[in-house]
Design a protein around this ligand. Structure first.
Ligand SMILES: [Fe+2]
Length: 241
């Protein structure tokens, strides 16, 4: 089922942090993604301070090549781009833009900030980097859960906002689910992504989340958050690792 969707946030890189446990599991996850309408993904392992991001990127490229070969043996083709879920915390005083790994060849960075506490000082510090950022699973930050209006401030500051499928069906709790629905209905979400970590996440959460999304918003909005915006973010396209 090719709907041209692009998944900008996933942990399909095998044997890497808390993501897929094996290349076989990754292949199964990709089959579910393809079955759900996705035609490309970014593999976004966690990039945290202290990581050597050159090592992370070269390991990602090698594993992406192996995934491509494993898929080819099954006569499947599914482009996987490099990327990272870049952790950012104002107190870490990260000044060098070299710390951040972009989504594919784009100049956009997926960024995760601390879940607990006031987000404004992290966001102010992130803004000062001047980088084009998409905030990962924005609905999961406690500050946003308590006041979804703060997402408007993030948008006004120039950040794009990404939501997880799991949030739509209550995987992270009912308060986060409520916040997710409000953000979506108020058109504050630019991109929805899977943030899948394993095959269960793909087979159950993605499929249920997709169904829920289709009941919450009209088809043109589904197309916008899953196909048009993510593919334009990744506009430099797929390149062979
Ligand atoms: Fe993630």
């Amino acid at each position: 089922m090719n709907k041209g969707f692009t998944d900008l946030h996933s942990h399909i890189l095998y044997e890497t942090d808390d993501g897929s446990g094996s290349i076989e599991e990754t292949v199964k996850m990709i089959k579910v993604l393809a079955d759900s309408g996705f035609t490309a993904s970014c593999a976004t392992p966690h990039n945290i301070p202290g990581n050597d991001n050159g090592v992370l990127l070269s390991m990602s490229r090698e594993k992406i090549r192996n995934i491509g070969e494993a898929l080819a043996k099954q006569h499947l083709e599914y482009p996987v781009n490099t990327g990272a879920e870049n952790y950012f915390d104002a107190s870490l005083n990260i000044k060098s833009p070299d710390y951040f790994i972009p989504l594919g060849n784009s100049e956009t960075f997926l960024v995760e900030i601390p879940f607990i506490g006031e987000i404004s000082h992290h966001i102010d510090a992130l803004h000062k980097t001047g980088l084009r950022c998409i905030i990962a699973h924005v609905e999961r930050y406690m500050d946003i859960v308590q006041n979804t209006g703060k997402a408007v401030t993030l948008k006004q500051a120039g950040f794009m906002l990404q939501m997880n499928f799991g949030s739509l069906i209550g995987v992270y709790g009912s308060d986060i689910m409520k916040a997710a629905h409000v953000l979506l209905k108020n058109d504050l979400i630019d991109v929805i992504a899977t943030d899948i970590h394993d095959i269960h996440h793909a087979e159950v959460i993605l499929k249920k989340g997709m169904k829920r999304l289709e009941t919450l918003v009209p088809p043109e909005k589904v197309t916008r958050v899953l196909r048009d915006t993510p593919s334009s973010i990744l506009n430099s396209g797929y390149t062979t690792p």
